[in-house]
Write a protein that binds this ligand. Structure first.
Ligand code: C2E
Ligand code: CA
Ligand code: CA
Length: 382
Protein backbone atom coordinates (compact mmCIF):
# COMPACT_ATOMS: atom_id res chain seq x y z
CA UNK A 1 0.00 0.00 0.00
CA UNK A 2 1.46 3.38 -0.94
CA UNK A 3 0.84 6.72 0.72
CA UNK A 4 1.06 9.98 -1.21
CA UNK A 5 1.70 13.49 -0.04
CA UNK A 6 0.41 16.12 -2.50
CA UNK A 7 1.30 19.80 -2.58
CA UNK A 8 -0.90 22.61 -3.97
CA UNK A 9 -0.68 26.37 -4.34
CA UNK A 10 -3.44 28.88 -3.55
CA UNK A 11 -6.18 28.66 -6.20
CA UNK A 12 -5.22 25.16 -7.42
CA UNK A 13 -8.22 22.92 -8.03
CA UNK A 14 -7.98 19.59 -6.20
CA UNK A 15 -11.05 18.12 -7.87
CA UNK A 16 -14.13 19.27 -9.77
CA UNK A 17 -17.75 18.27 -9.19
CA UNK A 18 -18.51 15.36 -11.52
CA UNK A 19 -14.94 13.99 -11.46
CA UNK A 20 -14.63 10.31 -10.69
CA UNK A 21 -13.07 9.67 -7.29
CA UNK A 22 -10.47 7.18 -6.18
CA UNK A 23 -9.14 8.91 -3.08
CA UNK A 24 -9.97 11.11 -0.13
CA UNK A 25 -7.62 13.64 1.47
CA UNK A 26 -6.41 14.55 4.96
CA UNK A 27 -5.15 18.13 5.29
CA UNK A 28 -1.61 18.15 6.66
CA UNK A 29 -1.06 21.91 6.31
CA UNK A 30 -3.14 24.75 4.90
CA UNK A 31 -6.81 25.35 4.05
CA UNK A 32 -9.25 23.99 1.49
CA UNK A 33 -12.45 25.50 0.16
CA UNK A 34 -15.32 23.18 -0.80
CA UNK A 35 -17.78 24.73 -3.25
CA UNK A 36 -20.51 24.04 -5.80
CA UNK A 37 -19.17 24.63 -9.25
CA UNK A 38 -22.56 25.55 -10.71
CA UNK A 39 -23.10 28.70 -8.65
CA UNK A 40 -19.73 29.01 -6.84
CA UNK A 41 -21.45 28.71 -3.45
CA UNK A 42 -18.83 27.97 -0.81
CA UNK A 43 -20.03 25.13 1.39
CA UNK A 44 -17.17 24.77 3.78
CA UNK A 45 -13.65 25.84 4.58
CA UNK A 46 -11.51 23.08 6.03
CA UNK A 47 -8.16 23.21 7.74
CA UNK A 48 -5.37 21.07 9.18
CA UNK A 49 -6.35 17.59 10.38
CA UNK A 50 -9.67 17.49 8.51
CA UNK A 51 -10.77 14.92 5.94
CA UNK A 52 -12.58 15.66 2.68
CA UNK A 53 -13.53 13.95 -0.57
CA UNK A 54 -14.51 10.78 1.30
CA UNK A 55 -18.13 10.59 0.13
CA UNK A 56 -17.47 9.76 -3.49
CA UNK A 57 -14.83 7.29 -2.38
CA UNK A 58 -17.22 5.47 -0.09
CA UNK A 59 -20.16 5.15 -2.45
CA UNK A 60 -18.23 5.38 -5.74
CA UNK A 61 -20.35 8.28 -7.04
CA UNK A 62 -18.79 11.15 -9.00
CA UNK A 63 -17.67 14.11 -6.85
CA UNK A 64 -20.70 16.16 -5.90
CA UNK A 65 -18.66 19.25 -5.00
CA UNK A 66 -15.40 20.88 -6.03
CA UNK A 67 -12.35 21.55 -3.87
CA UNK A 68 -9.75 24.29 -4.18
CA UNK A 69 -6.59 25.21 -2.24
CA UNK A 70 -7.02 28.47 -0.32
CA UNK A 71 -3.42 28.58 0.88
CA UNK A 72 -0.23 26.65 0.25
CA UNK A 73 -1.47 23.18 0.91
CA UNK A 74 -0.12 19.74 1.82
CA UNK A 75 -2.51 16.82 1.55
CA UNK A 76 -2.20 13.19 2.51
CA UNK A 77 -3.99 11.06 -0.04
CA UNK A 78 -6.05 8.15 1.29
CA UNK A 79 -6.80 5.63 -1.43
CA UNK A 80 -10.26 4.13 -1.91
CA UNK A 81 -8.89 0.69 -1.23
CA UNK A 82 -7.57 1.71 2.19
CA UNK A 83 -11.02 2.93 3.12
CA UNK A 84 -12.94 0.05 1.62
CA UNK A 85 -10.55 -2.51 3.19
CA UNK A 86 -11.18 -0.91 6.56
CA UNK A 87 -14.92 -0.88 6.03
CA UNK A 88 -14.98 -4.50 4.92
CA UNK A 89 -13.12 -5.54 8.07
CA UNK A 90 -14.99 -3.27 10.44
CA UNK A 91 -17.63 -4.20 12.95
CA UNK A 92 -21.06 -4.75 11.32
CA UNK A 93 -22.54 -2.01 13.51
CA UNK A 94 -19.97 0.52 12.32
CA UNK A 95 -20.56 -0.58 8.74
CA UNK A 96 -24.31 -0.13 9.10
CA UNK A 97 -23.85 3.24 10.74
CA UNK A 98 -21.57 4.50 7.98
CA UNK A 99 -24.10 3.26 5.42
CA UNK A 100 -26.95 5.16 7.09
CA UNK A 101 -24.86 8.31 7.46
CA UNK A 102 -23.87 8.22 3.83
CA UNK A 103 -27.44 7.85 2.64
CA UNK A 104 -28.58 10.74 4.81
CA UNK A 105 -25.73 13.03 3.82
CA UNK A 106 -26.25 12.28 0.13
CA UNK A 107 -29.95 13.04 0.33
CA UNK A 108 -29.25 16.25 2.26
CA UNK A 109 -26.42 17.46 0.12
CA UNK A 110 -28.01 19.62 -2.60
CA UNK A 111 -30.14 21.72 -0.27
CA UNK A 112 -29.03 21.42 3.32
CA UNK A 113 -25.31 20.87 3.32
CA UNK A 114 -24.83 24.63 3.29
CA UNK A 115 -26.00 24.78 6.89
CA UNK A 116 -22.86 23.04 8.05
CA UNK A 117 -21.76 23.25 11.66
CA UNK A 118 -25.05 21.86 12.97
CA UNK A 119 -24.70 19.91 16.14
CA UNK A 120 -27.17 17.05 15.78
CA UNK A 121 -26.47 13.69 17.36
CA UNK A 122 -25.80 12.33 13.89
CA UNK A 123 -23.07 14.92 13.34
CA UNK A 124 -21.51 14.14 16.66
CA UNK A 125 -21.47 10.41 15.97
CA UNK A 126 -19.99 11.05 12.54
CA UNK A 127 -17.33 13.26 14.05
CA UNK A 128 -16.33 10.64 16.66
CA UNK A 129 -15.97 7.98 13.96
CA UNK A 130 -14.07 10.41 11.79
CA UNK A 131 -11.61 11.53 14.46
CA UNK A 132 -10.75 7.99 15.58
CA UNK A 133 -10.30 6.94 11.98
CA UNK A 134 -8.24 9.97 11.02
CA UNK A 135 -5.58 9.60 13.68
CA UNK A 136 -5.32 5.93 12.75
CA UNK A 137 -4.90 6.71 9.05
CA UNK A 138 -2.21 9.21 9.94
CA UNK A 139 -0.35 6.73 12.14
CA UNK A 140 -0.76 4.10 9.44
CA UNK A 141 0.83 6.35 6.86
CA UNK A 142 3.61 7.29 9.28
CA UNK A 143 4.26 3.63 10.04
CA UNK A 144 4.57 2.93 6.34
CA UNK A 145 7.22 5.66 5.99
CA UNK A 146 8.92 4.54 9.22
CA UNK A 147 9.40 1.05 7.76
CA UNK A 148 11.07 2.48 4.68
CA UNK A 149 13.11 5.09 6.59
CA UNK A 150 14.68 2.64 9.01
CA UNK A 151 12.80 4.02 12.04
CA UNK A 152 11.69 0.50 12.98
CA UNK A 153 14.51 -1.20 14.84
CA UNK A 154 14.87 -4.78 15.96
CA UNK A 155 16.09 -5.45 19.50
CA UNK A 156 17.09 -8.77 20.99
CA UNK A 157 16.23 -10.13 24.44
CA UNK A 158 18.28 -13.07 25.77
CA UNK A 159 16.64 -16.44 26.39
CA UNK A 160 18.82 -18.39 28.83
CA UNK A 161 19.28 -22.04 29.66
CA UNK A 162 17.72 -21.97 33.11
CA UNK A 163 20.00 -24.63 34.61
CA UNK A 164 23.34 -23.19 33.45
CA UNK A 165 22.33 -19.55 33.01
CA UNK A 166 24.07 -19.48 29.62
CA UNK A 167 22.50 -17.68 26.67
CA UNK A 168 20.71 -20.16 24.42
CA UNK A 169 19.00 -17.68 22.10
CA UNK A 170 17.15 -14.38 21.76
CA UNK A 171 13.65 -13.11 21.07
CA UNK A 172 13.61 -10.45 18.34
CA UNK A 173 11.27 -7.56 19.23
CA UNK A 174 10.38 -4.49 17.16
CA UNK A 175 10.84 -0.92 18.34
CA UNK A 176 9.57 2.32 16.83
CA UNK A 177 10.99 5.64 17.94
CA UNK A 178 8.84 8.27 16.24
CA UNK A 179 10.76 11.51 15.51
CA UNK A 180 8.09 13.62 17.27
CA UNK A 181 6.07 11.29 19.43
CA UNK A 182 9.04 9.32 20.75
CA UNK A 183 8.71 5.68 21.75
CA UNK A 184 5.56 4.00 20.47
CA UNK A 185 4.72 0.72 22.17
CA UNK A 186 4.88 -2.33 19.90
CA UNK A 187 1.49 -3.30 21.29
CA UNK A 188 0.11 -0.18 19.55
CA UNK A 189 1.98 -0.24 16.26
CA UNK A 190 2.02 -4.01 15.78
CA UNK A 191 -1.75 -4.08 16.31
CA UNK A 192 -2.07 -1.35 13.68
CA UNK A 193 0.29 -3.18 11.33
CA UNK A 194 -1.75 -6.36 11.81
CA UNK A 195 -4.93 -4.54 10.76
CA UNK A 196 -3.27 -3.63 7.47
CA UNK A 197 -0.79 -5.47 5.32
CA UNK A 198 2.07 -3.52 6.88
CA UNK A 199 2.71 -6.46 9.22
CA UNK A 200 4.15 -8.33 6.24
CA UNK A 201 6.70 -5.52 5.79
CA UNK A 202 7.50 -5.31 9.51
CA UNK A 203 7.89 -9.09 9.50
CA UNK A 204 10.26 -9.05 6.53
CA UNK A 205 12.33 -6.43 8.31
CA UNK A 206 12.58 -8.44 11.56
CA UNK A 207 13.46 -11.65 9.72
CA UNK A 208 16.13 -9.87 7.69
CA UNK A 209 17.75 -8.43 10.84
CA UNK A 210 17.48 -11.72 12.73
CA UNK A 211 19.11 -13.68 9.90
CA UNK A 212 21.91 -11.15 9.67
CA UNK A 213 22.53 -11.46 13.43
CA UNK A 214 22.38 -15.28 13.29
CA UNK A 215 25.27 -15.34 10.81
CA UNK A 216 27.39 -13.66 13.51
CA UNK A 217 26.30 -15.87 16.41
CA UNK A 218 27.57 -19.35 17.38
CA UNK A 219 25.80 -22.21 15.59
CA UNK A 220 23.89 -23.38 18.72
CA UNK A 221 22.22 -19.97 19.32
CA UNK A 222 18.65 -19.49 18.04
CA UNK A 223 16.35 -16.49 17.52
CA UNK A 224 12.62 -16.46 18.25
CA UNK A 225 10.41 -14.28 16.07
CA UNK A 226 6.79 -13.25 16.64
CA UNK A 227 4.56 -13.96 13.68
CA UNK A 228 0.95 -13.00 13.14
CA UNK A 229 -1.83 -14.78 11.29
CA UNK A 230 -1.61 -12.51 8.23
CA UNK A 231 1.98 -13.61 7.73
CA UNK A 232 1.15 -17.29 8.05
CA UNK A 233 -1.81 -16.95 5.69
CA UNK A 234 0.48 -15.45 3.06
CA UNK A 235 1.71 -18.37 0.97
CA UNK A 236 4.89 -16.59 -0.05
CA UNK A 237 5.95 -15.40 3.38
CA UNK A 238 7.54 -18.56 4.78
CA UNK A 239 9.18 -19.42 1.48
CA UNK A 240 10.70 -15.95 1.32
CA UNK A 241 12.13 -16.42 4.83
CA UNK A 242 13.45 -19.86 3.94
CA UNK A 243 15.12 -18.50 0.82
CA UNK A 244 16.78 -15.75 2.87
CA UNK A 245 17.90 -18.27 5.51
CA UNK A 246 19.45 -20.48 2.83
CA UNK A 247 21.17 -17.53 1.19
CA UNK A 248 22.73 -16.68 4.57
CA UNK A 249 23.65 -20.33 5.24
CA UNK A 250 21.33 -20.48 8.30
CA UNK A 251 19.50 -23.69 9.25
CA UNK A 252 15.74 -23.05 9.68
CA UNK A 253 15.99 -24.85 13.05
CA UNK A 254 17.66 -21.71 14.42
CA UNK A 255 14.60 -19.55 13.67
CA UNK A 256 11.73 -20.32 16.03
CA UNK A 257 8.33 -18.86 15.23
CA UNK A 258 6.18 -17.61 18.10
CA UNK A 259 2.41 -17.86 17.71
CA UNK A 260 0.23 -16.36 20.43
CA UNK A 261 -2.48 -18.40 22.00
CA UNK A 262 -5.08 -15.81 21.01
CA UNK A 263 -4.26 -16.45 17.33
CA UNK A 264 -5.42 -20.03 17.71
CA UNK A 265 -9.14 -19.63 17.27
CA UNK A 266 -9.54 -22.28 14.63
CA UNK A 267 -7.60 -25.46 15.40
CA UNK A 268 -7.82 -26.76 11.85
CA UNK A 269 -6.19 -23.59 10.53
CA UNK A 270 -3.60 -23.55 13.32
CA UNK A 271 -2.71 -27.16 12.48
CA UNK A 272 -2.16 -26.15 8.86
CA UNK A 273 0.14 -23.34 9.98
CA UNK A 274 2.12 -25.68 12.22
CA UNK A 275 2.46 -28.27 9.44
CA UNK A 276 3.60 -25.60 6.99
CA UNK A 277 6.25 -24.27 9.39
CA UNK A 278 7.40 -27.78 10.33
CA UNK A 279 7.70 -28.95 6.72
CA UNK A 280 10.00 -26.04 6.05
CA UNK A 281 11.93 -26.76 9.25
CA UNK A 282 10.97 -23.86 11.55
CA UNK A 283 10.19 -24.92 15.16
CA UNK A 284 6.98 -23.37 16.53
CA UNK A 285 6.42 -21.88 20.02
CA UNK A 286 3.11 -21.22 21.75
CA UNK A 287 3.57 -17.64 23.01
CA UNK A 288 1.78 -16.24 26.10
CA UNK A 289 0.77 -19.80 26.94
CA UNK A 290 -1.96 -20.04 29.56
CA UNK A 291 -3.63 -16.67 28.94
CA UNK A 292 -6.14 -17.68 26.27
CA UNK A 293 -9.25 -19.75 26.73
CA UNK A 294 -8.01 -22.85 25.03
CA UNK A 295 -4.72 -23.69 26.79
CA UNK A 296 -5.43 -27.32 27.53
CA UNK A 297 -7.15 -27.95 24.21
CA UNK A 298 -4.11 -26.48 22.45
CA UNK A 299 -1.87 -28.91 24.28
CA UNK A 300 -3.99 -31.80 23.07
CA UNK A 301 -4.65 -30.63 19.52
CA UNK A 302 -1.45 -28.88 18.54
CA UNK A 303 2.01 -30.29 18.64
CA UNK A 304 4.07 -27.23 19.65
CA UNK A 305 7.84 -27.60 19.91
CA UNK A 306 8.06 -25.01 22.69
CA UNK A 307 5.63 -23.55 25.24
CA UNK A 308 6.37 -20.04 26.44
CA UNK A 309 4.45 -19.70 29.68
CA UNK A 310 3.04 -16.20 30.07
CA UNK A 311 4.67 -13.85 32.53
CA UNK A 312 1.51 -13.51 34.57
CA UNK A 313 2.08 -17.04 35.96
CA UNK A 314 5.75 -16.38 36.69
CA UNK A 315 5.25 -12.98 38.31
CA UNK A 316 2.48 -14.19 40.60
CA UNK A 317 4.23 -17.37 41.63
CA UNK A 318 5.12 -16.12 45.13
CA UNK A 319 2.04 -13.98 45.57
CA UNK A 320 -0.46 -16.76 45.13
CA UNK A 321 0.40 -20.44 45.72
CA UNK A 322 -2.27 -21.54 43.24
CA UNK A 323 -0.18 -20.11 40.38
CA UNK A 324 2.65 -22.40 41.46
CA UNK A 325 0.34 -25.39 41.48
CA UNK A 326 -0.82 -24.60 37.93
CA UNK A 327 2.78 -24.03 36.80
CA UNK A 328 3.74 -27.44 38.19
CA UNK A 329 0.99 -29.16 36.17
CA UNK A 330 1.80 -27.22 32.97
CA UNK A 331 5.48 -28.19 33.41
CA UNK A 332 4.76 -31.87 33.90
CA UNK A 333 2.27 -32.00 31.00
CA UNK A 334 4.64 -30.19 28.65
CA UNK A 335 7.41 -32.63 29.52
CA UNK A 336 5.21 -35.68 28.95
CA UNK A 337 4.15 -34.25 25.58
CA UNK A 338 7.76 -33.60 24.57
CA UNK A 339 7.61 -29.79 24.39
CA UNK A 340 10.35 -27.52 25.70
CA UNK A 341 9.38 -24.96 28.34
CA UNK A 342 10.27 -21.28 28.50
CA UNK A 343 9.32 -18.99 31.40
CA UNK A 344 8.70 -15.35 30.44
CA UNK A 345 9.06 -12.39 32.81
CA UNK A 346 11.77 -13.83 35.10
CA UNK A 347 12.82 -10.77 37.08
CA UNK A 348 14.74 -12.13 40.10
CA UNK A 349 16.91 -14.90 41.45
CA UNK A 350 14.31 -16.64 43.69
CA UNK A 351 11.97 -16.94 40.68
CA UNK A 352 14.78 -18.43 38.62
CA UNK A 353 15.58 -20.98 41.37
CA UNK A 354 11.92 -22.00 41.66
CA UNK A 355 11.67 -22.49 37.88
CA UNK A 356 14.79 -24.65 37.90
CA UNK A 357 13.08 -26.87 40.47
CA UNK A 358 10.01 -27.06 38.22
CA UNK A 359 12.24 -28.34 35.41
CA UNK A 360 11.84 -25.43 33.02
CA UNK A 361 14.33 -25.45 30.13
CA UNK A 362 14.69 -21.74 29.44
CA UNK A 363 14.03 -18.39 31.09
CA UNK A 364 13.52 -14.94 29.61
CA UNK A 365 13.17 -11.69 31.53
CA UNK A 366 14.94 -8.72 33.06
CA UNK A 367 16.90 -11.04 35.43
CA UNK A 368 18.73 -12.44 32.38
CA UNK A 369 18.67 -9.28 30.29
CA UNK A 370 16.44 -6.59 28.81
CA UNK A 371 15.86 -6.27 25.07
CA UNK A 372 19.07 -4.76 23.63
CA UNK A 373 20.52 -3.52 20.37
CA UNK A 374 22.12 -5.84 17.85
CA UNK A 375 25.60 -4.55 18.75
CA UNK A 376 25.04 -5.16 22.47
CA UNK A 377 23.66 -8.64 21.84
CA UNK A 378 26.67 -9.62 19.75
CA UNK A 379 29.05 -8.55 22.54
CA UNK A 380 27.60 -11.07 25.04
CA UNK A 381 29.37 -14.27 26.14
CA UNK A 382 27.94 -17.49 24.73
P1 C2E B 1 5.65 -10.77 23.71
O1 C2E B 1 5.97 -11.56 22.49
O2 C2E B 1 4.94 -11.46 24.81
O3 C2E B 1 7.03 -10.16 24.17
C1 C2E B 1 7.45 -10.10 25.48
C2 C2E B 1 7.23 -8.73 26.05
O4 C2E B 1 7.54 -8.74 27.45
C3 C2E B 1 8.18 -7.69 25.43
O5 C2E B 1 7.47 -6.47 25.39
C4 C2E B 1 9.31 -7.63 26.45
O6 C2E B 1 10.04 -6.42 26.42
C5 C2E B 1 8.56 -7.80 27.75
N1 C2E B 1 9.39 -8.38 28.81
C6 C2E B 1 10.41 -9.25 28.66
N2 C2E B 1 10.94 -9.59 29.85
C7 C2E B 1 10.23 -8.93 30.79
C8 C2E B 1 10.30 -8.88 32.24
O7 C2E B 1 11.12 -9.51 32.90
N3 C2E B 1 9.39 -8.08 32.87
C9 C2E B 1 8.47 -7.36 32.19
N4 C2E B 1 7.62 -6.59 32.89
N5 C2E B 1 8.36 -7.39 30.83
C10 C2E B 1 9.24 -8.17 30.14
P2 C2E B 1 7.44 -5.58 24.10
O8 C2E B 1 8.77 -5.57 23.46
O9 C2E B 1 6.82 -4.30 24.52
O10 C2E B 1 6.49 -6.35 23.11
C11 C2E B 1 5.12 -6.42 23.33
C12 C2E B 1 4.47 -7.35 22.35
O11 C2E B 1 4.51 -6.82 21.02
C13 C2E B 1 5.18 -8.69 22.24
O12 C2E B 1 4.78 -9.49 23.29
C14 C2E B 1 4.71 -9.18 20.89
O13 C2E B 1 3.44 -9.79 21.01
C15 C2E B 1 4.56 -7.90 20.09
N6 C2E B 1 5.70 -7.72 19.19
C16 C2E B 1 6.87 -7.08 19.42
N7 C2E B 1 7.66 -7.09 18.31
C17 C2E B 1 6.97 -7.77 17.35
C18 C2E B 1 7.22 -8.12 15.98
O14 C2E B 1 8.27 -7.83 15.41
N8 C2E B 1 6.25 -8.81 15.31
C19 C2E B 1 5.08 -9.18 15.92
N9 C2E B 1 4.19 -9.86 15.20
N10 C2E B 1 4.81 -8.86 17.20
C20 C2E B 1 5.73 -8.17 17.91
CA1 CA C 1 6.73 -13.31 21.88
CA1 CA D 1 4.99 -13.58 25.31
Amino acid sequence: MSYHIKQFQPGDIIFHGGDSSDCAYIIEHGQVEIFFQSDHTVIDILSEGELFGEMGVLDQSPRSTSARALTDLTLLEVKTQQITNRLTESDPIVKALVGVLLKRFRSMLPKQVISSGSNSLLDQVASVIEQAGLSKFKLESELSSAINNGEIQTVFQPICDIQSGRIAGFEALSRWTHPERGFISPVEFITLAEETDLIIEVGDLVFTRALEVLTQLPEHVFININVSSKQLDDERFLNRVLKKAKANGISPQRLKLEITETMVVDFKLAKQWLDKCRNIGFPVCADDFGTGHSGMEQLVELDFDVLKVDQVFIMNMFKNARYQTVLKSIASMAKSLGAQLVAEGVEDEPTCTALKALNFDFGQGYYFGKPMSEAEALKLQF
